[in-house]
Design a protein around this ligand. Structure first.
Ligand SMILES: CC(=O)N[C@H](C=O)[C@@H](O)[C@H](O)[C@H](O)COP(=O)(O)O
Length: 229
């Protein structure tokens, strides 16, 4: 892993590709995610976002790119599932990823804490670790920057009660964030075309994560099949 500053430099104005497949998806397999990451690298990606220690380990053996790591975990009684507790953060630190992304919404986490309560503990335990805040609203992202997150993402817009039904990518949210925040704003969620990506860079984003449009063939197939059926 490179130094924190170096990592942020490496992803500046660059494309990050998310290589993820959950257990209920047909491509669920560390082997396949490793090859996806390799293809993304050869295609010009400058960073990878990945879920789970198994996938991350395999991806590291296939590409040497900055890695945003998450662990998705569903706990009963909470809707927070992207790196929801200290436990997943500890696992990611042990494995070693350049940036740990975690839910930074205003929702109560599975252990009953808020991000305001949890994040300061993580920051003091891991002062040199970069953290990305996966947010759904403007207020959450501003709060995350105040809390000391190193970068903020629009990852969860459209996926929380407050933002259900928002059209993605969330240009409006992202534009407001780039206008206001000093920390890097990473556009993520629903970026479907190179034209959308270009428009987001024109809005001043630091970098962008594209997932499904590149690495989820089931979803891509659906879009084509829809016009045929
Ligand atoms: C909401 C949620 O679970 N988002 C996840 C976050 O890691 C991934 O499933 C997305 O694929 C990723 O954010 C990239 O977004 P898109 O696949 O739309 O380009």
């Amino acid at each position: 892993m490179d130094t924190a500053r170096n990592v942020l430099e490496q992803i500046k104005r660059k494309l990050i590709v998310s290589c993820q497949a959950l257990p209920d998806e047909p491509l669920h397999s560390p082997f396949i995610m490793g090859r996806m990451a390799r293809a993304a690298y050869l295609g010009g990606a400058s960073g990878i976002r990945a879920n789970s220690v198994e996938d991350i380990r395999e991806i590291k053996s296939k590409v040497d790119l900055p890695l945003i790591g998450i662990i998705k975990n569903n706990y009963p009684g909470s809707n927070v599932f992207i790196t929801p507790t200290r436990h997943e953060v500890d696992e990611l630190v042990r494995e070693g990823v350049d940036i740990i992304a975690m839910d930074a919404t205003d929702r109560i986490r599975p252990d009953g804490s808020t991000i305001e309560e949890l994040f300061p503990l993580l920051r003091s335990a891991y002062p040199n670790q970069l953290f990305m805040a996966d947010c759904s609203t403007y207020e959450e992202a501003v709060r995350a920057a105040e809390l000391g997150f190193d970068c903020v993402g629009s990852t969860l817009s459209g996926y929380t009660e407050a933002t259900k039904g928002r059209s993605l990518p969330d240009f409006e949210l992202i534009g407001r964030l780039t206008a206001r925040l000093k920390v890097p704003v990473i556009a993520e969620g629903g970026i479907s075309t190179p034209e959308e990506l270009k428009r987001l860079f024109e809005l001043g984003i630091y970098s962008a994560v594209v997932g499904s449009a590149i690495t989820r063939p089931l979803e891509i197939t659906k879009k084509f099949a829809m016009v045929v059926d």
